[in-house]
Design a protein around this ligand. Structure first.
Ligand SMILES: [Zn+2]
Ligand SMILES: [Zn+2]
Length: 460
């Protein structure tokens, strides 16, 4: 199966021609222009035909003359510009084009088809299984409807299996997909999933679309039923300027096992795609309020079985601390398992290759180990200090060894505290030095080390 992405943009495309936001400016300056989303499968099966699709085929150097099946997801004008059927008739094609779609989309085509045009209009519904020249197509219910628009009520997704066995999920437009549809995708093991991600960082859109909060949850749901598997090429489509600039978007999608590609990219099944290496151990550093915890949590959103290791302790007398912990807990997915412990090495040893462990954070863990070793009870140079520091050193050795040995996917959060002025007190200097050394040792055994500054991520 070969899938030519004629477009990967939202209804308004990306950039939006009327906009000068940073995202649109980046797209313009780099020439990363995305037109309305449509996919041509093996040159014979077209998934949606919005206003840009025919011209995009020209730009790709292919003709639509061999298209025998047009699959319409819904009647929104970025997915269906039915005048294409009229221009097809001017080319005098003798082969019949089967147009399949929900009733609202098929009805929108009727005025554009002449009585003798070789076009067959067919209404399909979720649950149908349609055989088309060796392809098997299953329409599925999308979740594009938010109750305001008759054109979204019967919107469909398509599960397409090619004669060569290649399998594609064409999933646009949709919000979080309903349970019945997810269940219908059990064990699909898709080669390619085209999954819409319209709204990027904008979460208040109130539409039947996905964004950067719901997209990873959707990938996780598809993974949980075996629809997305390790080799699945998950490509985010229907992208709008509410997304961060393309390089940042790619960086956000990568830990979720998803990617963006340019318009006119060809996705081939049957050949293993060049997988971006998925690091197993990541260290995320940053200053206070830099966004490091948020970044670490986001990397876990599409992963099954996440264990969140909180190292801050209970602190029942500290209202500010309790409020901070509650805010962190509220934004974590409910399915995550939280472990409040300083035994990070034990938590890592107990995790399997199927698990993902997020440790937040190493700096608090170190403070806890220094407290437990009673380092602060002894004066420098006095009896007891050397033994206390030796105990902390053993704890650090154990942690570094556990990170190096784990088979789980691990993200460690730690503070970068060495850049400010020299702390006034001996305790501050000791803590700064201990944490600096520990961060450096953890970096040596991690696959990736990133520094978060002002919410931006710098790979080190
Ligand atoms: Zn759309
Ligand atoms: Zn739509």
């Amino acid at each position: 199966m070969e899938v030519l992405l004629l477009g990967t943009g939202s209804a308004d495309g990306w950039p939006n021609a009327w906009c000068r936001c940073a995202s649109c400016t980046w797209a313009r300056e780099t020439g990363t222009l995305r037109s309305t989303t449509a996919a041509l499968v093996d040159g014979v099966l077209l998934g949606d035909c919005g206003p840009d699709a025919p011209r995009q085929a020209d730009r790709a150097g292919v003709s639509l003359a061999d298209v025998r099946v047009l699959l319409l997801t819904h009647a929104h004008p970025d997915h269906l510009a039915p005048e294409a059927l009229l221009s097809r008739s001017w080319a005098g094609s003798a082969t019949t084009l089967r147009v399949l779609g929900p009733r609202s989309a098929v009805d929108a085509c009727r005025d554009w088809v002449g009585p003798h045009d070789p076009v067959s209009l067919e209404v399909v519904e979720p649950g149908d299984v349609v055989a088309l020249d060796g392809y098997v197509v299953r329409p599925l219910a999308a979740a594009h409807d938010v109750g305001r628009d008759v054109l979204t009520r019967d919107a469909l997704l398509y599960d397409i299996t090619a004669p060569d066995g290649g399998r594609l999920l064409h999933a646009t437009d949709t919000g979080p997909i309903g349970d019945a549809t997810i269940a219908a995708l059990t064990d699909a093991s898709y080669d390619v999933v085209l999954l819409e991600e319209s709204f990027g960082h904008r979460l208040d859109h109130g539409t039947g679309h996905l964004d950067l909060a719901t997209f990873p949850a959707q990938v996780a749901a598809l993974r949980a039923v075996g629809a997305v598997v390790d080799g699945t090429d998950v490509v985010a489509v229907h992208l709008s300027h509410h997304n961060p600039r393309g390089d940042e978007l790619a960086r956000i999608l990568e830990p979720w096992g998803a990617r963006v590609v340019d318009d006119l990219t060809v996705l081939s099944t049957g050949r293993p795609r060049a997988l971006v290496p998925r690091p197993r151990r990541q260290l995320v550093l940053g200053g206070a309020r830099s966004g490091k915890s948020h970044e670490a949590e986001r990397r876990m959103l599409a992963r099954p079985s996440v264990r969140y290791v909180a190292t801050g302790g209970e602190r029942p007398d500290d209202a500010e601390w309790r409020a901070r912990v509650a805010a962190h807990r509220d934004r974590r997915p409910a399915a995550w398992q939280t472990l409040e412990t300083l035994d990070v090495a034990g938590a890592l040893a107990a995790a399997t290759a199927e698990d993902s462990v997020l440790v937040d954070c190493v700096a608090l863990w170190l403070a806890g180990r220094l407290d437990a070793a009673r380092v602060w009870d002894s004066e420098p140079g006095r009896p007891g200090r050397a033994e206390s520091l030796a105990a902390v050193a053993r704890d650090c050795d154990e942690l570094v060894a556990a990170v190096a040995a784990t088979t789980a996917h691990v993200v460690l959060v730690s503070n970068e505290v060495g850049a400010g002025v020299v702390p006034e007190h001996e305790s501050g200097r000791l803590y700064r030095d201990q944490l600096g050394v520990l961060n450096r040792r953890l970096a040596e055994v991690c696959d990736d080390v990133d520094l978060v500054v002002a919410g931006r991520v710098v790979r080190l």
